[in-house]
Write a protein that binds this ligand. Structure first.
Ligand code: NI
Ligand code: MN
Length: 225
């Protein structure tokens, strides 16, 4: 498994020879340098919720690459109406995609979609539990700290990806508590320093996170397990 960070909650995953892109907020993302036009092949897009900083360029990339969008039922329905190939899941449900198990986990957040200036219901926001071979990943995506995260401690999570920017999601202290709940081997912080509202120093998270290894990724950097 290879995980590449493109800032915010944008992650490119290479698992079992397949390419997956999470929450592709790229064109309007002030911190991402990823070039959408350079994406030549993509198998799946994982979409956690409908907010613009996650839905981002999903439609453009899905239409261009033919990638299947895996997301909640409501967003899958909305995207399918635009001619996109989708696979609906819902909280607590998972399925196997090319031998990769992907499950939607609970997130405490919103998931509205803005269409022509009006907000529409985008179903429940979610995180992702991903398992392949003997490796497990957890992407919390946009969420508050929840007691539900304790359920993940039995999953032997290799890498937990947690938001630390506060204001809309967990802040550093809540993310440290989430690590105590989840007990992952490694933690990658995300969803910070994209905007002034979520400006934090990730080194403060590293200092406070004494329960797992912290890997701070810069734009375009990868980690392999
Ligand atoms: Ni959000
Ligand atoms: Mn967000």
């Amino acid at each position: 498994m290879k995980i590449t960070y493109h800032t915010h909650n944008v992650f490119h995953l290479e698992i079992n020879g397949k390419k997956l892109l999470m929450d592709p907020f790229i064109r309007d993302n002030p911190t991402a340098t990823m070039d959408i036009d350079a994406i030549d092949h993509l198998d799946y897009i994982l979409l956690s919720h409908g907010h613009g900083d996650h839905l981002g360029d999903t439609v453009e990339i899905a239409q261009k690459t033919g990638a299947m969008v895996i997301t909640n039922f409501e967003l899958a329905d909305y995207l399918a109406d635009q001619g996109i190939t989708t696979h609906p899941l819902h909280i607590g449900g998972g399925n196997i995609f090319d031998d990769i198990y992907i499950k939607l986990t609970p997130a405490l957040h919103g998931s509205s979609v803005k269409i022509d200036g009006k907000l529409y219901d985008g179903g429940n926001p979610a995180g992702f539990y991903i398992h392949h071979g003997n490796k497990s990943l957890y992407f919390a995506c946009d969420t508050a700290l929840t007691m539900d995260m304790m359920l993940l401690k039995d999953k032997n999570i290799d890498i937990a990806v947690l938001p630390i920017g506060g204001n809309f999601t967990m802040d550093i202290d809540d993310a440290v508590k989430a690590v105590e709940f989840i007990k992952p081997k490694t933690t990658i912080p995300c969803h910070y320093n994209t905007f002034d509202l979520i400006a934090v120093n990730p080194e403060e998270f590293r200092k406070k996170n004494i329960h797992s290894k912290t890997v701070i990724l810069e734009d375009g950097q990868s980690v392999e397990i």
